[in-house]
Design a protein around this ligand. Structure first.
Ligand code: UD1
Length: 377
């Protein structure tokens, strides 16, 4: 039973489902969507772009406080698990749905595999960090995307036999879909914006922001958008607004900061639109985990508006620089890119488009070890 809940889960699951089907023997899978993300833009469009099948089951939990959302997923997931009795539950990433389904399955004795295990920001104020720590403690099989993850898990007392370094399924999706990415000019036109904005000697930057620490208070959000307005004076910005950020801009009355010249505001974008925008950008400014990885794979410089990252390889080997939310650090990072001194980086080990195949092969062997001779038909 393969679980997805929120937008960043979908691009991780799509290659896994394909690899399970392509495995010899095929490994049958049920796709369960918790419904944590439910908008057309945050869910259905991305499903369509990635060629994901319609979920076999949808729990339709929707939004709520962390406790409410996690509890709702748990309450609705239990009967689904009882009804379908899968051999294994596969979860990805670090969202509330990941932890909620893991907790339910493990307590019912259903083995859990966690894809993207062992990433740590060491910042427990991030809800995702709590989800990562707890999921990894109790899941049975842990698939990692970079070598630092195994060291984190070892430090937390997790036996090395539970861990397999398989690479990054996010990059599987990126490589599969890159030839089909939508052109940035088309994307702007589709929203009634003039694509001439993209043609600037410095190129353009793509911006995404949604971390609660950056967007949930008036002070933080106002400070970031004020710096972005300054950046836009030198480099056009394409900002894809997450619903959380959109709502807070309205709530704090910050719409005037979006009116700067050379700023294009878009709603949440589809996967192919975002891929096209990012691949064509001179720079990405973001607080997203996925974009830190995608920019590294694409060789596009990335300034991460956070003080830490759970994906250190993107800084050590890739194109990522942590700038926090300090005005001077952001402006210096932008200036470096404009001066042609942006990081070029290299693609990390096993970010090769084959991670999902390695997961399918390992899941099969793991299943064989648990129940030798078992059939999966
Ligand atoms: C969640 C994940 C985060 C991930 C992000 C990507 C957790 C703890 N956080 O954060 O790790 O990076 O998804 O987007 O699981 N909303 C909509 N439509 C939707 C979904 C949400 O309008 O389809 C709005 C609602 O007002 C909701 C808010 O966005 O309250 C936040 O959604 P939620 O799922 O709680 O967390 P995200 O901030 O999206």
């Amino acid at each position: 039973m393969c679980v997805v809940g929120a937008r960043p889960n979908f691009m991780k699951m799509a290659p896994i489902l394909r690899a399970l089907a392509a495995h010899t023997p095929p490994l049958p899978a049920l796709l369960l969507h918790t419904g944590q993300h439910y908008d057309q833009e945050m869910s259905e469009q991305i499903f369509a772009d990635l060629g994901l099948p319609r979920p076999d089951l949808n729990l339709n939990v929707g939004s709520g406080s962390h406790a409410q959302q996690t509890a709702d997923v748990m309450r609705s997931f239990e009967p689904a698990l009882d009804e379908h009795r899968p051999d294994c539950v596969l979860v990805v990433g670090d969202v509330n749905s990941t932890l909620a389904c893991t907790l339910v399955a493990v307590k019912k004795g259903v083995p859990v595999a966690h894809v993207e295990a062992g990433l740590r920001s060491f910042d427990r104020r991030m809800p995702e960090e709590i989800n990562r720590l707890l999921t990894d403690q109790i899941a049975d099989r842990l698939y990692t995307t970079e070598r630092s993850a195994a060291r984190n898990l070892e430090r937390e007392g997790i036996a090395a036999e539970r861990v397999a370094f398989v690479g990054n399924v996010m990059i599987d999706s990126l490589l599969t879909n890159k030839p089909h990415a939508r052109s940035p000019a088309e994307t702007l036109k589709a929203h009634g914006l003039d694509p001439a904005l993209l043609h600037h000697p410095s190129g353009y930057a793509v911006v995404t922001l949604h971390r609660p620490s950056n967007v949930d208070t008036d002070t933080a959000l106002r400070a970031i958008f004020s710096v972005l307005a300054e950046v836009a004076a030198d480099m056009p910005l394409v900002i894809a607004l997450h619903p959380r950020t959109r709502a807070n801009i309205d709530r704090f009355g910050l719409n005037h900061l979006l009116d700067a010249k050379r700023v294009a505001i878009l709603p949440p974008q589809g996967y192919l639109e975002m891929l096209g925008l990012v691949a064509g950008a001179a720079l990405v400014l973001t607080d997203s985990g996925g974009l830190q990885e995608e920019t590294t794979a694409l060789g596009v410089p990335c300034l991460t508006l956070r003080d830490n990252t759970e994906r250190p390889i993107t800084v050590e080997q890739g194109t990522n620089t942590l700038v926090g939310t300090d005005r001077n650090a952001i402006l210096a990072g932008v200036a470096a890119v404009r001066a042609g001194r942006g990081k070029r980086g290299r693609v990390p080990e096993l970010w090769d488009g084959q991670a999902a195949q390695r997961i399918a092969a390992d899941l099969w062997q793991w299943q064989q070890r648990r129940t030798p001779g078992a059939s999966v038909a």
